[in-house]
Design a protein around this ligand. Structure first.
Ligand code: ZN
Ligand code: ZN
Length: 330
């Protein structure tokens, strides 16, 4: 029997009696990162990278957890388990499981570009690699983030000169910190939604160079902040937006350039910025793993598996609950 199998609860290692990012409550879970499609409530024990734990606490309330450092080995019933940087969001990991010479790596979500906030992706050799494929089509190729952030800063600067508040809608774990880190703070103040403020504060505990932000509250004197940039989660910012009217609204996502663009919202600008690997990134990561067997999940599984097979890879589709084509991070 293979070391990792797919069950109704999710990926499972029977030898260690542990699930990986389970979507139903289980006694013991290994968690790749704190996004809600990977870390659900109700598990007996959460084992994750030590920086992921406070983010899990924030999202799920107090949980029973075990934090592990990158590269540190823990053992469950003879299975050696370790966490390695996935470069996706703060505290995100690939999880390596080894037993009697057989090595599996579960990627979770990942990207290869160093975003300047979280620990950069590290390739881990294995026999079997389970990879996400959120952007597993050749049309997805990201620009360098330097270029995206200079677009964002230029847009903000122009708005500030015109006395219009800039608003970026973004996910509160990952994207929010990445944007905050690369904004040109000379232009004006950065104001964040309270949910993001709490997330940023938690991340700042282990990432002290994350710039400061101003957490929104209803008594804020708007006239003092006409040159501000607001970072808000996509669906919970109505009051903020009304208060700062007139504003220019944008959205930062990997999906911006596609599907007719504006992510079903009234955003005027889209910035293509993703915390997932693009087509080239996925292929590079799979090659670098040296894996004999590749399992594809979480995205464009069918076409991507077909393409990998055409390249001579022993690739398989893994039917998981994650096979939606959207980043469902909130
Ligand atoms: Zn994620
Ligand atoms: Zn995900």
């Amino acid at each position: 029997m293979a070391l990792i199998e797919l069950t109704k609860q999710g990926l499972y290692c029977a030898q260690a009696d542990m699930y990986i990012d389970p979507w139903k409550s289980v006694p013991k879970a290994l968690i790749t990162h704190a996004h809600s499609d990977h870390a659900r409530g109700g598990n007996g024990l959460y084992v994750a990278h030590e920086h992921c734990i406070p983010l899990l606490d924030l999202r799920l309330g107090k949980i029973n957890s075990q934090g592990v450092k990158y590269g540190e080995s823990i053992h469950y019933n003879g299975v050696q388990i370790s966490f390695h940087p996935a470069g996706h969001v703060p505290g995100s990991s690939q999880i390596r499981l080894a037993y009697k010479g057989e090595v599996w790596v579960i990627s979770g979500d990942y990207k290869l570009e160093d975003d300047g906030v979280c620990a950069p992706f590290e390739s881990v050799k294995c026999h079997s690699f389970i990879s996400e494929s959120t952007f597993g089509l050749p049309i997805y190729r990201w620009k360098d983030q330097v270029d995206v952030f200079s677009e964002i800063n230029r847009w903000w600067k122009q708005n500030a000169a015109d006395g219009i508040v800039s608003v970026i809608m973004a996910y509160s774990l990952g994207k929010a910190q990445r944007i905050l880190k690369h904004l040109d703070q000379e232009i004006g103040s950065v104001i964040v939604h309270p949910v993001m403020g709490a997330m940023n504060a938690a991340v700042r505990n282990f990432t002290p160079d994350l710039p400061a932000d101003l957490i929104w509250h209803k008594d804020l004197t708007v006239s003092n902040y006409r040159n501000a940039l607001l970072i808000v989660p996509p669906n919970s910012a109505q009051t903020m937006l009304e208060m700062f009217h007139p504003c220019s609204i944008s959205f930062a996502s990997g999906w911006m350039n596609f599907r007719g663009g504006k992510y079903q919202m009234s955003a005027e600008r889209g910035f293509t910025l993703s915390d997932h690997a693009d087509w080239e990134g996925l292929n590079k990561a799979i090659d670098a793993s040296g894996a004999e067997q590749v399992f594809i999940t979480h995205g464009f599984t069918k076409p991507y598996v077909k393409w990998l097979r055409e390249q001579g890879k022993d690739a398989h589709e893994l039917e998981t609950l994650f096979n939606s084509h959207m980043e469902s991070e909130e």
